[in-house]
Write a protein that binds this ligand. Structure first.
Ligand SMILES: [Zn+2]
Ligand SMILES: [Zn+2]
Length: 174
């Protein structure tokens, strides 16, 4: 169980997968940032600038800061906005994890998810595949692991009223 939101885990894994696994082998400098209020809205201006969206559904763990209850969810949304600026040889990714509220406390507080290393790797692996396809025009190679890993643990039915992504209408599709 890793119920703490740890941005550095995402940053370190991002850099590692780029440098060691050469996930984006195109000589552009890709960076990861966090934006805790971004949405999946793509304006005309965004589109002109090549902005793209990838919404990932992951398995994550939560802990309520008030009563310390912990729970797991197979429907944790991680929203990426990314774009390649080929004129500047760089690409940017901004990421937002969506929170869930505590069922016991019902205090309208959304707690951010914690992820294990392998969930982070699988999320970023899918993101890099999207980038290769949508920014560099690579063929979409068959997904190696079609999200299978996210169902090994049983979780309770998704409680929409406690889910920040559901509230914004961008939760994982059933
Ligand atoms: Zn609580
Ligand atoms: Zn939801």
């Amino acid at each position: 169980m890793s119920a703490d939101w740890v941005p550095s885990l995402w940053l370190d894994t991002f850099v590692e997968m780029l440098n060691e696994d050469n996930e984006l082998d195109y000589d552009d400098n890709w960076t990861l940032n966090f934006n805790y209020s971004q949405t999946d809205t793509v304006t005309k201006e965004d589109r002109r600038r090549g902005m793209k969206i990838y919404s990932h559904c992951a398995f994550g763990d939560f802990e309520c800061e008030s009563c310390l209850k912990t729970w797991s969810s197979a429907k944790v949304v991680v929203l990426f906005r990314y774009r390649l600026r080929s004129d500047a040889d760089r690409g940017t990714v901004t990421m937002r994890p969506f929170g869930q509220a505590c069922r016991r406390c019902q205090n309208d507080q959304y707690y951010l998810p914690g992820f294990t290393q392998d969930k982070v790797e699988s999320a970023l692996g899918k993101l890099f595949a999207k980038i290769r396809k949508n920014c560099y025009g690579e063929e979409d190679d068959e997904e190696q692991d079609s999200g299978s890993g996210d169902f090994e643990k049983k979780t309770k039915p998704h409680e929409k009223s406690l889910c920040e992504a559901c509230k914004m209408g961008i939760c994982c599709q059933d």
